[in-house]
Design a protein around this ligand. Structure first.
Ligand code: NAD
Ligand code: LMR
Length: 332
């Protein structure tokens, strides 16, 4: 029997991530090849005509799984009954801008959209915040939508996770699908800590630890971390636009694993509300290694943390606490 359609909201749908993301959702990349979807696309009035153009293209592409398209500039209409909300709308960072520069513009959007989601979305709606500052926008959304369970509000660090997998695969000249269990700790920013301490590569001789295979501490603690931390800025420099296809694809990975589950023995990175695990202060949206089952994520417990990792994990937590304070000062 055919499944009932799932309603998926994409805010900022006329923007460049939106343009890459909506066809992926309509093709089943996010929710699976047998899951019909109804797309709800929100943008602001100056982008209404472009948004309608995206709707026209979605119709023209004749996606078999796509059972309806709502394209609107009305936030209440956009949020009505949605089961999944991918929050991309906002102002992107331009060349030379720090992420803090986009803070004041974006946190006020997230406060008002929190209320709309709370009022109009389906009760168990899963929320993924992509727009920067992603962790802090998600935190503001959580705080201003108190009736949405906090475990349903997450932010995207899967792009950083995938970037780390990509760097290890290039360095070791192995297939990216054979690399697993990297971790992104903390903020989706240049203080994030990409950690390969626990990651492995599947080889013909079994699972091998990445640190032993790389065998270059200086690179793992230096060049590797910096490349992943700075990859967003490097893309902006190269394209004069921020990452879009990789962000859209990683957003699909995030929701797919959350809804369908992570494969046995594999963890992924998600920005989630800290419960104090690994001594990360509660009250922040912080990226942790998680596994997902039955639509719920859980933080992977019991990983050993050395002194180098501890310092990096604390530094990114401090930045998040500063961002939180700054966000509140922008809202007041
Ligand atoms: P873009 O400017 O191309 O698109 C943003 C869209 O949001 C625009 O169409 C704009 O009109 C719309 N918008 C603005 N205010 C809105 C509002 N109040 N409600 C609904 N829509 C609104 O930007 P983009 O390149 O698509 O990037 C979107 C966001 O994602 C940026 O904040 C960017 O920094 C962020 N980003 C995050 C990651 C990540 O990994 N977390 C990766 C890449 C980009
Ligand atoms: C990215 O990681 O590509 C985006 O968050 C863009 C940015 O501002 O770094």
């Amino acid at each position: 029997m055919a499944k009932d359609p799932v309603r998926v909201l994409v805010t900022g749908a006329a923007g460049q991530i939106g343009y890459a993301l909506v066809p992926m959702i309509a093709r089943g990349v996010m929710l699976g090849p047998d899951q019909p979807v109804i797309l709800h696309m929100l943008d602001i009035p100056p982008a209404a005509e472009a948004l309608n153009g995206v709707k026209m293209e979605l119709i023209d592409a004749a996606f078999p799984l796509l059972k309806g398209v709502v394209a609107t500039t009305d936030v209440s209409e956009a949020c009505a009954g949605v089961n999944v909300a991918v929050m991309v709308g906002g102002f992107p960072r331009k060349e030379g801008m720090e992420r803090k520069d986009v803070m004041s513009k974006n946190v006020s959007i997230y406060r008002s959209q929190a209320s709309a989601l709370e009022k109009h979305a389906a009760p168990n709606c899963k929320v993924l915040v992509v727009a920067n500052p992603a962790n802090t926008n998600a935190l503001i959304l959580k705080e201003f939508a108190p009736s949405i369970p906090e475990c349903n509000i997450t932010c995207l660090t899967r792009l950083d996770h995938n970037r780390a997998l990509g760097q290890i695969s290039e360095r070791l000249d192995v297939q990216v699908c054979d690399v697993k269990n990297v971790i992104i700790w903390g903020n989706h920013s240049s203080t994030q800590y990409p950690d390969v301490t626990h990651s492995t590569v599947t080889t013909k001789d079994g699972e091998k630890a990445v640190p032993g295979l790389v065998n270059d501490d200086e690179w793992m603690k230096g060049g590797f971390i910096k490349t992943v931390q700075q990859r967003g800025a490097a893309i902006i420099k190269a394209r004069k636009l921020s990452s879009a296809l990789s962000a859209a694809s990683s957003a699909c990975d995030h929701i797919r694993d959350w809804v369908i589950g992570t494969p046995e023995g594999i963890w992924v990175s998600m920005g989630v509300y800290s419960d104090g695990s690994y001594n990360v202060p509660p009250g922040l949206i912080y990226s942790f290694p998680v596994t997902c089952k039955d639509g719920k994520w859980s933080i992977v417990q019991g990983l050993s943390i050395d002194e180098f990792s501890r310092k990096k994990m604390d530094a990114t937590a401090i930045e998040l606490a500063d961002e939180k304070a700054l966000a509140y000062s922008c809202l007041n």
